[in-house]
Design a protein. Structure first.
Length: 328
């Protein structure tokens, strides 16, 4: 093989590389040039779905292309999350997911088909969402002290619902049971909307649920809020005490949601999405919208979000081990 031939082949390959690189740069500069799918790994009406629909509308208006929500619920958020993991890393399939699939599942499942940190490029955090302990309207206790006493006096009588095994509200209640020393039977449903409906219908006695899903029902008097799992009281419902101050010292449970894209998505696209996300979360209309739902904007850089999620994975791992919860 002659040196001339080798040089010729090298020049051709170099030209192809330069062309592809320029094409990739052009695609990044004009992003988005087509509709963008935002996968939510939960059913319609769940907290993350509500938040995603508000933010995708902002993205659509700001970026001149349609950002639309595609709900892929099931398996504690695993199905939808894995779909995004396996998508082409071009910025046209994104993920808005919560602490359940991203922070809890890594320690709850021994065989998880994705790695939160390594299989995704994290665009930024979305919100933090306090978890409220709520009971059916006719439940005989209206404060945490009485609830704990009632459950202890009637062992095996009361139950609680969740949006599914392994979700944040499931594990939050398991932590509460452990911390308060009570026994309450778990009844999982297919999504938070279903478990909340069950509470309204009297099928279950109580549940932990995020503000966006239960805030309107609390305000309308259709269910009772006993306590909130965050370390500080909710700005929207300041009269509801924290679990810690109501008698279970040190208890903390706050859900959160984040915005991600498949690993190896070009950094300029990730940065562009983060910039637009910050703009949206800083809008008074979005802040007011989230406040009425009980959620608070959580504005970060991609790097800050990654570090936060790393720490949350570690924290929930301790919680899972302490509670004895497992999903497989």
């Amino acid at each position: 093989m002659s040196k001339t031939y080798i040089l010729h082949r090298f020049i051709i390959l170099l030209g192809v590389f330069i062309t592809l690189n320029l094409f990739a740069q052009t695609q990044t500069r004009v992003y988005p040039s087509q509709p963008v799918k935002v996968v939510v790994p939960f059913p319609v009406g769940q907290t993350t779905d509500i938040i995603a629909r508000s933010l995708t509308q902002e993205f659509t208006e700001a970026m001149g292309q349609s950002f639309f929500v595609d709900d892929k619920g099931g398996a504690a958020g695993i199905i939808g999350t894995e779909i995004v993991k396996n998508a082409t890393p071009d910025g046209y399939t994104l993920l808005m997911a919560s602490s359940g699939p991203l922070g809890i599942n890594p320690s709850l499942y021994s065989r998880l088909p994705y790695d939160t940190i390594n299989d995704f490029s994290i665009i930024g955090m979305l919100v933090t969402v306090p978890q409220f302990l709520v009971v059916r309207k006719d439940f005989p206790a209206s404060n945490l002290k009485d609830l704990i006493a009632l459950v202890k006096q009637n062992r095996g009588k009361y139950n609680y619902g969740s949006g599914g095994n392994g979700l944040t509200n499931h594990l939050t209640m398991e932590l509460f049971k452990l911390s308060a020393g009570v026994e309450i039977t778990h009844i999982p449903y297919k999504g938070s909307a279903a478990s909340t409906t069950a509470l309204l219908g009297g099928e279950i006695d109580m549940l932990f649920e995020s503000g966006p899903a239960v805030m309107p029902l609390i305000k309308d008097g259709k269910i009772k809020a006993i306590a909130v799992g965050s370390q500080t009281r909710s700005l929207t419902l300041p009269d509801v005490p924290t679990v810690s101050e109501a008698g279970v010292a040190g208890f903390k449970a706050v859900a959160w949601a984040a915005f991600l894209t498949p690993a190896n998505t070009p950094k300029p696209i990730v940065d562009k999405l983060n910039t637009e996300l910050k703009k949206a979360l800083n809008k008074p209309s979005i802040k007011d919208r989230f406040a009425t739902l009980g959620a608070e904007p959580f504005i970060t850089s991609p790097e800050q979000a990654k570090e936060f999620i790393k720490k949350e994975i570690e924290n929930w791992a301790v919680a899972v081990k302490a509670s004895g919860a497992h999903a497989d």
